[in-house]
Design a protein around this ligand. Structure first.
Ligand code: SF4
Ligand code: FES
Length: 229
């Protein structure tokens, strides 16, 4: 079977290979935290093209609009491995590694505090669980805990390889492409990005850290129009 892989086309879409399931998922606020709710599954074949410029009329798929609008999809993000880019916040039972890549999805905030303060209070069993939940729900892979009570094991959610098209109705915007389960990412120059369990790709075309989402879709007021199709 073909390996699951996303290839970035130069100034064009993402080519997804390997029969990767594709869903639309809504981010909702529930009490003082955020949750994911699956809205629909898209019918796909083994390979498909996802829009990267934000201008398609067939969202989330590419319709060739990037050519008409002269999309500049230059990939400017660092390819240094996560651990070399991350800063470390030390807590009593958890260390939090944080590379700062944020899609403003807001899962890092929970009823009892944000992931940074919760990690600092991780001697408390409940707050430790909340810290882990907050980090593991972040779609960008920005936040990774290491367990100081278990040989410094990395704490990552187990994710089936899949792609979620995120929507953020609270802000009335459409969000990034949440890539789950260690799907390979290849640049338009054929160079490989580090394989990660979670990452968020820009699909509004406005990110200053392409191919990754940097939350620019919020300021851009990006709406994909999926619901109106
Ligand atoms: S993308 Fe991650 S770090 Fe940014 S707000 Fe969301 S959960 Fe927090
Ligand atoms: S989708 Fe978030 S910056 Fe483009």
């Amino acid at each position: 079977m073909k390996r699951k892989q996303i290839t970035i086309m130069e100034n064009g879409p993402y080519r997804v290979e390997g029969n990767v399931p594709l869903d639309e998922v809504i981010m909702v606020s529930q009490g003082g935290h955020r949750e994911y709710r699956k809205a629909r599954s898209f019918q796909t074949r083994g390979e498909y093209l996802l829009c990267r410029c934000g201008r398609t009329s067939t969202p989330p798929f590419c319709d060739g609009s990037h050519c008409k609008v002269g999309f500049d999809g230059t990939q400017t993000a660092s390819k240094m491995p996560f651990e070399e880019r991350a800063r470390v916040l030390r807590g009593p039972t958890l260390d939090l590694h944080d590379d700062g890549r944020c899609a403003y999805a807001r899962f890092c905030h929970r009823e009892d505090g944000d992931v940074w303060s919760l990690s600092e209070k991780s001697a408390d069993a409940h707050l430790r669980r909340e810290a882990i939940k907050a980090a593991c729900d972040c779609p960008t892979g920005r936040l990774v805990h290491y367990d100081k009570t278990a040989d410094y094991a990395q704490i990552e959610p187990v994710l089936e390889p899949s792609i979620w098209i995120l929507e953020d109705p609270d802000l009335d915007v459409s969000g990034p492409i949440y890539v789950r389960g260690g799907i390979a990412l290849v640049g338009s120059d054929s160079s490989q990005y580090e394989i990660r369990n979670r990452y968020a790709l820009c699909r509004c075309g406005a990110s200053c850290n392409k191919p990754f989402c940097d939350a620019s879709h919020v300021d851009a007021g990006f709406r994909d129009g999926i619901d109106s199709k």
